[in-house]
Ligand binder design. Structure first.
Ligand SMILES: [Zn+2]
Length: 483
C-alpha cells in the first residue's frame, strides 16, 4: 500500500551511485521510501493516498542543519549591527539572565518559531545545542520535524553548577532520547574548552560511558586562546582535553575549529570525528584574531565536514543553502577557488550530515528502506530556467521561497507552501508577545531603524559571580581576552 507517491520529478537521490532521475517517482509506504524509479504512465493514475505531481520540480533529501542554537530565536535584529566583542558581552549577559528573567513561555515561543522557519527553509533535521532542550524536544516532536537535541553544558556561561547541569542532562536523555517515533534523539553537548570546568568534563565522560550510542557535540578551537583554556583543565590543547576523557572518536562532532592547525586536522580525521562548519557567524562578526578553519588539511586527511547555521538570530538568516554558499565563497577566498563543487555542498547538507549524526542508515538520501524525509523545490520558473548543472542551481540560485513541499517520515508538513503541521498564526502571535515582554524586562530599546543594548551596569552586576568562577580556573588575563 503506497501512502505517498511523487511522480515526474527531477529526483536527486544523493545515493551511493549519485543517481539523478530526470523523470522520477518516489514511493512511500508507512513513512519509508519503498522505491525510487523512473516514472511510469500508471504512476499518474495512482490511487495512493496522497499523490504529488512534481513535473518540472526537483525532489531532494530533506536538508540537515548540523549545528544550531535556538533559545534566542526571538532576539533577531538586536545583534545585527554590534561589533564582535560587544556581541560576546551582550550574549553572555543574555545567556545567564534569560532563564530567571523570562521563563518557559519565551523559550517555547522561540522554539516554535524556529520550527516554522526551519520547515519553510526545507530543513527537516536539526542538530541543536540549547539550554532549553525539553521545550525543543516537545516543539520538534509535535511539529513533525526531526532533531538531535543536546542540553548545552557550560558552567562558565550559565548560573547552574556543573553537578546540576549534568543531572539535568541525564534526566533529558532518559526522558526524550528516541521519542516521537524516533524523530527526537539526544546528544551529549558540553559547550567547549572555553565554557566548561574540569568537574564538568569529568561528568561528561561519565555520561558518555553510560550512553555510548549518543553523539558528543561540542565547540572546539573557536578562540585564539583555546590552548590556554585547555590548560585550565590540565591538558596541552583542546584535542588532548577530549582524549583525556576518552571523548574523541567517530561519535564526536566538533564545531568551528577556527584556530586548529594541520596536526589537529590529522588527529581529527584519524579519530573519525566530524567537523561542523558555520561560516556566517565568524565572517559577520569578527571576534578576536582573524583566521579560518583548516579546510585543505581536513580535506587531505579525509575528515567529514558539514554545515550549520549556529546562531541564526545574531545575523538574521535561516537559509541553510545560503550558509553553504557562504562556506564555499569564504573557503575559496581563503584557500583558492574550487574548494568544493556544488554537488559536494549538496552532499554536505544531506548524506554527509546524516553520517555525522549517525543517522545515515535512516535519512540523508532518497533510496528504498530509508525514512521518507524529502523536499520538493520549484525550479520551473524564469528565475531558474533555462539551466544546466542542477546542483549549481540548487546551491547558488534556490532560496527558501522556492521550497514548495516538505515531508518527514512520509508525513507532509508543508504542501505548496501551505503549512500543515503548525498553527502559523498562533506561533507568530506568541513570538510577538514574548519578544515585547523580553524588551520590557531586559531594557533593550528597538525601533524600525535599529537596536540599542541595555545599560552595561546591568551586565556587570549579573555576570560577576560567573566571571569569578572563570577567573579562578583560567586567570584574569585569559578571561579578559576571551570576553
Ligand atoms: Zn555554536
Amino acid at each position: 500500500m503506497t501512502d505517498l507517491l511523487i511522480h515526474d520529478g527531477i529526483v536527486v537521490t544523493v545515493d551511493h551511485e549519485n543517481r539523478l532521475l530526470k523523470n522520477g517517482s518516489v514511493r512511500v509506504s508507512d513513512g519509508t521510501i519503498s522505491s525510487v524509479e523512473p516514472t511510469e504512465p500508471a504512476d499518474r493514475r495512482s490511487t495512493a493516498e496522497h499523490v504529488i505531481d512534481a513535473s518540472g520540480k526537483v525532489v531532494i533529501p530533506g536538508l540537515i542543519d548540523a549545528h544550531r542554537h535556538t533559545d534566542f530565536t526571538l532576539v533577531q535584529g538586536l545583534f545585527s549591527e554590534l561589533a564582535g566583542d560587544e556581541l560576546l558581552k551582550e550574549a553572555f549577559a543574555l545567556y545567564h539572565t534569560a532563564e530567571s528573567t523570562l521563563g518557559d513561555d519565551f523559550f517555547d515561543a522561540a522554539w516554535r518559531l524556529a520550527c516554522l522557519r526551519q520547515l519553510t527553509h526545507g530543513v527537516t533535521t536539526v542538530n541543536a545545542m540549547d539550554f532549553t532542550p525539553e521545550l525543543g524536544a516537545e516543539a520538534i516532536g509535535e511539529t513533525g520535524l526531526r532533531g538531535v537535541i543536546g542540553p548545552e553544558l557550560a558552567d562558565f556561561l550559565t548560573p547552574a553548577s556543573a553537578a546540576e547541569q549534568l543531572a539535568d542532562a541525564r534526566r533529558f536523555i532518559e526522558t526524550y532520547h528516541d521519542t516521537f517515533e524516533g524523530r527526537v534523539t539526544a546528544s551529549i553537548a558540553p559547550g567547549g574548552e572555553a565554557g566548561c570546568s574540569r568537574t564538568l568534563w569529568e561528568g561528561v565522560a561519565e555520561l558518555r560511558a553510560d550512553y555510548p550510542d549518543l553523539r558528543l557535540h561540542t565547540h572546539l578551537y573557536d578562540s585564539a586562546v583555546a590552548n590556554t583554556m585547555a590548560a585550565g583543565s590540565g591538558t596541552d590543547d583542546p584535542l588532548d582535553l577530549l582524549d583525556r576523557y576518552d571523548l574523541l572518536d567517530e561519535r564526536t562532532l566538533l564545531t568551528h575549529l577556527l584556530h586548529a592547525g594541520r596536526d589537529d586536522a590529522k588527529r581529527i580525521a584519524d579519530a573519525g570525528a566530524h567537523v561542523l562548519h558555520c561560516p556566517t557567524v565568524y565572517s559577520y562578526f569578527q571576534a578576536g584574531t582573524q583566521t579560518w578553519f583548516p579546510l585543505p588539511a581536513l580535506q587531505e586527511f579525509g575528515a567529514n565536514v558539514v554545515i550549520g547555521l549556529d546562531d541564526p538570530f545574531w545575523f538574521d538568516s535561516w537559509d541553510l543553502i545560503q550558509e553553504s554558499k557562504h562556506a564555499r565563497l569564504l573557503a575559496n577566498f581563503e584557500y583558492g577557488a574550487q574548494q568544493w563543487s556544488s554537488y559536494d555542498l549538496l552532499k554536505m547538507l544531506t548524506i554527509d550530515a546524516a553520517r555525522a549524526l549517525g543517522l545515515d542508515g535512516k535519512i540523508g538520501s532518497l533510496e528504498p528502506g530509508k525514512r521518507a524525509d524529502l523536499v520538493v523545490i520549484d525550479v520551473n520558473t524564469p528565475r531558474h530556467q533555462p539551466y544546466s548543472n542542477l546542483p549549481s542551481v540548487l546551491m547558488n540560485t534556490v532560496t527558501a521561497g522556492d521550497v514548495e513541499t516538505v515531508v518527514v517520515e512520509g508525513d507532509i508538513l508543508m504542501e505548496d507552501q501551505s503549512i500543515e503541521s503548525m498553527d502559523v498564526e498562533s506561533v507568530q502571535a506568541a513570538a510577538i508577545r514574548e519578544r515585547e515582554r523580553f524588551q520590557r524586562r531586559t531594557g533593550w530599546e528597538t525601533s524600525l531603524a535599529g537596536s540599542t543594548p541595555p545599560d552595561r551596569s546591568i551586565l556587570r552586576r549579573v555576570s560577576g559571580r560567573l566571571l569569578l568562577r572563570a577567573i579562578k580556573q583560567y586567570g584574569r588575563g585569559v578571561v579578559n581576552q576571551h570576553l
